[in-house]
Ligand binder design. Sequence first.
Ligand SMILES: [Zn+2]
Length: 134
Amino acid sequence: MSEKVEKTEEEWRAQLTEEQYHITREHGTERAFTGEYHDCKDPGMYHCVCCGAALFSSETKYDSRSGWPSFYEPADDENVETKEDGSLGMARTEVLCAKCDAHLGHVFPDGPRPTGLRYCINSASLELKKPEGA
Ligand SMILES: [Zn+2]
């Protein structure tokens, strides 16, 4: 099993932009249709912007028209954690990076087959790395 990435608030602030920090470390949400990746169709792997863990493959990304990058499945279940979130008076399931506890977004049960899930993820939590040679 991999080790957890732990950093102080100052270290995260130094590494991340203000928006990335707000979303990943303070559980923020970017405004719909404003993120870098909501309409991105480039192939590659989306990594955690905080620790670099591989989170979602472009192969499982689909257009949910929600205004946020949406995936129906994590690239690796070991790298993605979910947790019940009762904030805002709604029962939602939060999606977190398993390695560094970065807040990524939420998962909803209205996605496409085969999983029926919609991982609704903030662009600011992600960094797309294109495949080698692309
Ligand atoms: Zn991470």
